[in-house]
Design a protein around this ligand. Structure first.
Ligand code: NAD
Length: 496
């Protein structure tokens, strides 16, 4: 069985002492082995990045950006290959993988603007004959640790701008679907990136812990589940590193009595079940205001859900594919059963879904659960599967209180025709990304992405303008070239 290795200093490394199965979730069969890097291998990648850093830092930013322009073209030319690998190892349908890649490429496009965004700030004549300016200098070697659910897009939230800011990079992608990530790393080298500037190590906790504790790593970007995000943030910062750690989610949509119901039903279907609900911006809770709209919503969803097509990644007609693993399938089914045991009504049941021709695939069908309440485990925790819970409330205020009390605060949405309600909602909701009649309010690449509360540990969001701040340190230079006319004597008071 072929082994998936690492990319260190521009070369493939396939040697390993430990490895792990990589599945094709559509068939449920093991397709590859992935090497799990030990401490020494990760240290080799950090050394390569450290050695490449000075020359890369000193490469003019416009030259760095030219590599990104070529990279964008190569990504587009290789889109089918990339999406095929995403489909094989993640299970998402090829059209969904294409959406992921497109959103990733948008971050590459934004990174092409590095010469513009890194211009800095300049103030002339802040005092007699004195000019002052701020520069944004790279940090050095920075690291990224990414989740399985977006093996292409989430790494691209990180490395394009980190590299354009002049840093070198070590990426530790998810060990569950590493091949597409390795392919985009190879394309970056084809685009002309010097060896050692970008390195990929596959692995698990041992590899991540090495990145978190090695003094040569200046900063860590993480995206994944909340318990691990919290661990990464506390360990990285305790080791003196800058850190941003994005975690899990439970995204609610409030459906107001005046909402365009057809639009709400259609968009909830896509946002709840697309990618099998394995998205941190998946809408997993529909909060219906009043029983009348709740009944109509549940009826509308139930009717449409009869047409959902679940199956292998390779069939473009399918709406969504399998879950990432047998364990994740069992976990999702456990949450459905727990809601049922707690008194909720399973209106559409995706447990024990069988897909013809794929008896061992990790499938759960679209599931709709009504009468879910705040106390239930299925409400409190992230399910990360194709499960939509309906909670009934009496007012928008009550719905907002639920959202504001929830441990997560990644994304949320309000369906309404009332502009005043929309404004009140976006002003007062304790969530980082808000949609008004937009179910998945994922910010475009020139804004930044991040949740609140236990959905993000750290101060700066991912990609966009926050990425420029995260991957650089500010240096402010104040300069005077004294001439005879402005030369001063000794002054012991604070300069003003
Ligand atoms: P995960 O936390 O299991 O893994 C993420 C990364 O952390 C992987 O690279 C993994 O190898 C590493 N890791 C796992 N356990 C570790 C440990 N004990 N010590 C050190 N490193 C460890 O997450 P996942 O299952 O791959 O991804 C799904 C999760 O990611 C969901 O909770 C989802 O909401 C979240 N997610 C969040 C965002 C966001 O932007 N907020 C985006 C995508 C995914």
């Amino acid at each position: 069985m072929s082994i998936i290795g690492h990319l260190i200093n521009g070369e493939n490394h396939n040697e390993y002492t430990r490895s792990q199965d990589v599945y094709n979730p559509s068939t449920g069969q093991v397709a590859y082995q992935v090497a799990l890097a030990d401490k020494a291998t990760v240290e080799q990648a950090i050394s390569a990045a450290q050695q490449a850093f000075p020359a890369w830092r000193d490469t003019p930013v416009a030259k760095r950006a030219q590599i990104m322009f070529r990279y964008k073209t190569l990504l587009e030319e290789n889109a089918e290959r990339i999406c095929e690998l995403v489909g094989q190892q993640h299970g998402k349908i090829v059209h969904d993988a294409m959406g992921e890649l497109t959103r990733g490429i948008e971050n590459v496009e934004y990174a092409c603007a590095a010469p513009e965004v890194l211009k800095g700030e300049h103030s002339r004549n802040v005092g007699p004959g004195i000019d002052s300016w701020s520069e944004f200098q790279p940090l050095g070697v920075v690291a990224g640790v990414t989740p399985f659910n977006f093996p292409v897009m989430v790494p691209m939230w990180m490395f394009p701008m980190a590299l354009m800011c002049g840093n070198s990079f070590v990426l530790k992608p998810s060990e569950r679907d590493p091949s597409a990530t390795l392919l985009i790393a190879e394309l970056l080298h084809q685009a002309g990136l010097p060896k050692g500037v970008f390195n990929v190590v596959n692995g698990d906790k041992e590899a991540v812990d090495t990145l978190l504790t090695d003094p040569r790593v200046a900063a860590v970007s993480f995206v994944g589940s909340t318990p691990i995000a919290e661990y990464i943030y506390s360990t990285a910062t305790a080791n003196g590193k800058r850190c941003q750690a994005l975690g899990g989610a439970k995204n609610h949509a409030i459906i107001m009595p005046d909402a365009d119901l057809d639009n709400a039903v259609n968009s909830l279907l896509g946002a709840a079940f697309g990618s099998s609900g394995e998205r941190c911006m998946a809408l997993s809770v529909a909060v219906a205001v009043g029983d009348e709209i709740a009944d109509k919503l549940v009826n509308g969803l139930t009717e449409q859900m009869q047409n959902l097509k679940v199956g292998a990644y390779s069939d473009k007609e399918n709406d969504f594919g399998p879950l990432i693993s047998a364990e994740q399938r069992d976990k999702v089914e456990m949450y459905i059963s727990s809601a049922e045991a707690d008194g909720a009504t399973v209106v559409v049941d995706g447990r024990n879904t069988q897909v013809a021709g794929y008896p061992d695939g990790f499938y759960v069908g679209g599931t709709l659960i009504d009468h879910v309440t705040e106390a239930m485990k299925a409400y409190q925790e992230e399910i990360f599967g194709p499960v939509l819970c309906v909670v009934r409330v009496d007012s928008m205020e009550q719905g907002m209180q639920l959202i504001n009390k929830h441990q997560f605060g990644n994304g949320t949405c309000l369906y309404t025709r009332d502009g005043e309600a929309a404004r009140y909602f976006s002003d007062n909701i304790q969530v980082g990304m808000v949609g008004i009649n937009i179910p998945l309010p994922v910010p475009v690449s020139y804004h930044s992405f991040g949740g609140w509360k236990r959905s993000l540990f750290g101060d700066l969001h991912a990609y966009g303008p926050d990425a420029v701040r995260f991957y650089t340190k500010r240096k402010t230079i104040t300069q005077r070239w004294p001439s005879a006319s402005v030369r001063e004597g000794v002054n012991f008071s604070f300069p003003s």
